[in-house]
Design a protein around this ligand. Structure first.
Ligand code: GDD
Ligand code: MG
Length: 345
């Protein structure tokens, strides 16, 4: 079974971390989101995956030098300009020569969903496409799906405004598609599967959806990225998922609560890390307090960092207070963006 894995977005909501590492390569309990996703696809029978790439393709190729991720054989489709979700699927599926039923997965989703059961549901219903659904408490952040009692999709609304739908079943960002669906996705221009292709399939009554209560999280936002890290490190019995990486240096007088401390990170005496993620190489000075934050760079002694994201080149000086901040605010490698036009996330 082939899969198209969408990993070409800019990771806007996780900036400035994504200035240096593309979102799917960021670690969740020390293993990249993409590796975790790929393992789950492999368990469901996926043997080949084409990575639909755009923004920063090189780090993906460097991460998998033998073009293998576990047992999955990788190939790459690199877009010249962002094609959005359906454009990317059309382009990647053609690049990989996909001609049979295939799986599509958003690259920032962590789930225990049994993909094999989604595939058999799809076949039983003779569907053109089948979406995996998960219940959510905040429908406005997702693609929301209404179905009939047989699982046929009656409506797909991407990021609904309040009052637009009463459903709280979100598209979980994993689909099974027939190759015939590619006719709807030429792959030569920007096209959204959520806003254009799914509504067309709904009109043709060929789209189905399967609900599951399995663990699921889209780790693409700061709050969910922290939650995914904390959750996976707490519930996993595997030593490699433990909250503190064995190469991290954490002072015995530091307080670490509901947090993940990455490879080679340092936490000096008396520092407190609460509900936060320290990414590989992060440095936290003596007595610093880090709460609800993501840190890749340096936090000075006795500083307070709350609800902030500190990128790889970010530095919070000694005795500073940093609330709701992104440091640095702009990509140091780029000239500041001129156009406020919406870019893929
Ligand atoms: N190749 C490529 N090209 N990939 C892209 C592009 C593009 O132009 N734009 C976005 N992507 C990738 C992102 O890298 C990500 O893996 C995936 O497409 C989905 O984009 P997100 O930016 O993460 O979307 P979202 O989280 O707001 O919403 C999507 O996921 C939800 C579930 O997590 C939608 O599919 C929702 O309908 C869904 O509920
Ligand atoms: Mg997402």
């Amino acid at each position: 079974m082939h899969a198209v894995v969408l990993v070409g977005g800019f990771g806007t909501r996780l900036r400035p971390l994504t200035y240096s590492i593309p979102k799917p390569l960021l670690p969740v309990a020390h293993t990249s989101m993409l590796e975790r996703l790929m393992n789950s696809l492999a368990r469901g029978g996926v043997t080949h995956a084409v990575l639909a790439l755009g923004f920063k393709p090189e780090p993906f190729m460097a991460a998998f030098p033998k073009d293998m991720c576990g047992s999955v054989q990788l190939s790459y489709a690199v877009e010249d300009t962002p094609l959005d979700t359906a454009g990317a699927i059309g382009f990647a599926a053609r690049t990989a020569g996909i001609s049979e039923t295939f799986v599509v997965a958003n690259g920032d989703v962590l789930t225990d969903l049994d993909i094999a059961s989604l595939i058999s549901f799809h076949r039983q219903h003779g569907a053109e496409g089948t979406i995996s659904l998960t219940p959510v408490s905040d429908p406005s952040q997702y693609g929301i799906v209404e179905t009939d009692e047989n699982g046929r999709v009656l409506r797909f609304v991407e990021k609904p405004q309040p009052g637009m739908t009463t459903s709280n079943f979100a598209s979980a960002g994993t689909y099974v598609l027939e190759p015939s669906a590619l006719v709807r996705m030429p792959g030569d221009q920007k096209l959204s599967i959520e806003r254009v292709v799914f509504p067309q399939m709904v009109a043709d009554q060929s789209l189905f959806a399967m609900w599951s209560n399995d663990y699921w999280i889209d780790a693409g936002r700061p709050d969910t990225f922290i939650e995914a890290n904390v959750h996976v490190s707490k519930r996993s019995a595997q030593a490699t998922d433990a909250p503190i990486h064995p190469t991290a240096t954490v002072s015995a007088s530091a307080v670490i609560i509901d947090s993940v401390i990455g490879e080679n990170a340092t936490v000096l005496d008396g520092a407190q890390i609460r509900h936060s993620v320290l990414l590989p190489g992060a440095q936290i000075g003596q007595g610093a307090v880090v709460i609800d934050s993501l840190v890749m760079g340096k936090v000075g002694a006795n500083s307070q960092v709350t609800n902030s994201i500190i990128g790889s080149t970010g530095v919070v000086g000694d005795n500073e207070v940093c609330n709701n901040a992104s440091v640095p605010a702009h990509d140091p490698a780029q000239v500041p963006e001129k156009s406020p036009e919406k870019s893929p996330e």
